[in-house]
Design a protein around this ligand. Structure first.
Ligand SMILES: O=P(O)(O)OC[C@H]1O[C@@H](O)[C@H](O)[C@@H](O)[C@@H]1O
Length: 340
C-alpha cells in the first residue's frame, strides 16, 4: 500500500471540531443541492423554485446572466446534458419530453448522507443544531454507516442515540428522511444487513442500475481499536468484501457483538468521506493510521481507496502521538467562522 496523505484539519478543542464539521456538512449540502456556495445565488434559486416548483435544479450550476439587461439564471445540470435558461420562454411549453424528464430528475436531487454513532453524535449535535437556519433538513436523506443490533431504546443504538440527541431536537417543521434498520430484525445480523441493503438499493438504484450507491457525504468516527463504522481490523472477511453494500457482523471484538455495516467499496465510493476523531484515547491509533498504512487498518484502506475525497477533522489530543504531520487550517465556507 502506498502512503496517501489525506487532508487533516486539527483544532485545539472539541467545540472547534464540531463547528468546523458543521460547516463542512453544510458546504456539502449546498454543493449537492445548488452546486454553488454563493449565498446570493442560492437565495435566487430558492426564490425561483418557489415560483416554479419542480423547475429549478438541485444539482445545477448557476450563473447570473445580465447581458440582456434582465437578470436571468443559467442552469446547467451536473452531467452537462441540458441547459435551461430561466427568463427565456417556458421550456415546458414545447412539450419536450426529454426536458420534462430531465427537470423531474433534477427536481428530485436530495442530500444523501450517512452518519456514524458513538462519540460522533455529540459532535453533530453541538455543531449542527445551532445552524438550523442554513440547514435544509427536508432535502436530507440520512442513513447510518453502521448499526449496533440492539433495541432503539438502548443507549448503544446508533439510531436511538441520534434520534434522541439530534432528530428529536430539530426545531424546523421541515424534517429529514431517516433510513434506519428494521428493529424487528436485530436478532439476525444477516437478515438485518440484507434488509438494509434493500433499502439502499431501492433508494439509490431504483431508477438506474448502479454498482454502488453514492453518498454525497459519509461521516465516520474511529474507535481506539481502529474500527470505523462496524468494520473491525482483522475481523473475518469484512475488509475484503468487494460486492455487498451492507454486511452483517457477528462477535464484534468490542461493544455490542452483533452489528451491520456499510462495506469498504460503498464507503470509498462516496463523494466525500470525512473522519471525525477526538480525544487522547485515540492518539495511539491515529499514529498507526497515519504512519503505518501498510498495517491495513480499515481507515487506512479508506484513505487510500477514496484518496482525494477524504478529510479528517481531529482535535489536538487525537494527534498527540504524531510529530511529523501536515495539518491544514480549516477555512469556513458556508457559515461564519465562530470567534472563540
Ligand atoms: O467515536 P467512538 O465512540 O469511538 O465510536 C467509533 C465507532 O464505534 C462503533 O461502535 C460505532 O458503531 C460507530 O458508528 C462509531 O463510529
Amino acid at each position: 500500500m502506498t502512503t496517501t496523505v489525506p487532508l487533516i484539519y486539527s483544532f485545539p478543542e472539541f467545540l472547534g471540531v464540531a463547528e468546523a464539521v458543521a460547516d463542512h456538512i453544510i458546504t456539502a449540502q449546498n454543493q449537492t443541492l445548488y452546486n454553488t456556495l454563493d449565498a446570493a445565488q442560492i437565495e435566487l434559486i430558492k426564490q425561483d423554485r418557489l415560483k416554479r416548483p419542480g423547475l429549478l435544479s438541485s444539482s445545477s450550476t448557476v450563473s447570473i446572466n445580465q447581458s440582456n439587461g434582465q437578470s436571468g439564471i443559467n442552469l446547467a445540470s451536473s452531467n452537462n446534458q441540458s441547459q435551461v435558461q430561466l427568463g427565456s420562454p417556458n421550456p415546458n411549453s414545447n412539450g419536450n419530453g426529454k426536458l420534462k424528464k430531465e427537470k423531474k430528475k433534477r427536481a428530485e436531487v436530495r442530500f444523501k448522507i450517512a452518519i456514524s454513532g458513538g462519540s460522533f453524535i455529540k459532535i453533530l449535535k453541538e455543531g449542527l443544531l445551532p445552524r438550523e437556519d442554513v440547514i435544509e433538513w427536508d432535502k436530507w436523506d440520512i442513513y447510518f454507516a453502521d448499526e449496533r443490533l440492539v433495541p432503539f431504546e438502548s443507549p448503544d443504538s446508533n439510531y436511538g442515540q441520534a434520534k434522541r440527541e439530534i432528530f428529536d431536537q430539530i426545531k424546523s417543521e421541515n424534517k429529514p428522511r431517516i433510513f434506519h434498520i428494521d428493529e424487528s430484525l436485530i436478532d439476525d445480523p444477516q437478515e438485518c444487513a440484507d434488509a438494509y441493503e434493500k433499502v439502499l438499493i431501492n433508494n439509490f438504484a431504483r431508477k438506474d442500475s448502479v454498482k454502488l450507491p453514492m453518498f454525497d457525504l459519509l461521516l465516520l468516527g474511529c474507535a481506539p481499536d481502529g474500527h470505523i463504522a462496524s468494520l473491525f481490523p482483522n475481523h473475518g472477511e469484512q475488509l475484503r468484501e468487494k460486492l455487498a453494500w451492507c454486511l452483517p457482523v457477528s462477535k464484534a471484538p468490542s461493544g455490542p457483538e452483533n452489528r451491520i455495516t456499510l462495506s469498504i467499496p460503498v464507503i470509498c465510493h462516496a463523494a466525500r468521506v470525512t473522519f471525525v476523531v477526538e480525544g487522547l484515547t485515540k492518539a495511539p491509533i491515529m499514529r498507526i493510521i497515519m504512519e503505518r498504512p501498510e498495517k491495513g487498518l480499515p481507515s487506512s484502506i479508506v484513505n487510500e481507496g477514496a484518496a482525494g475525497r477524504v478529510s479528517w477533522f481531529v482535535d489536538d489530543d487525537a494527534l498527540n502521538d504524531l510529530w511529523d504531520i501536515t495539518k491544514k487550517k480549516y477555512k469556513f465556507l458556508s457559515i461564519e467562522e465562530p470567534k472563540n
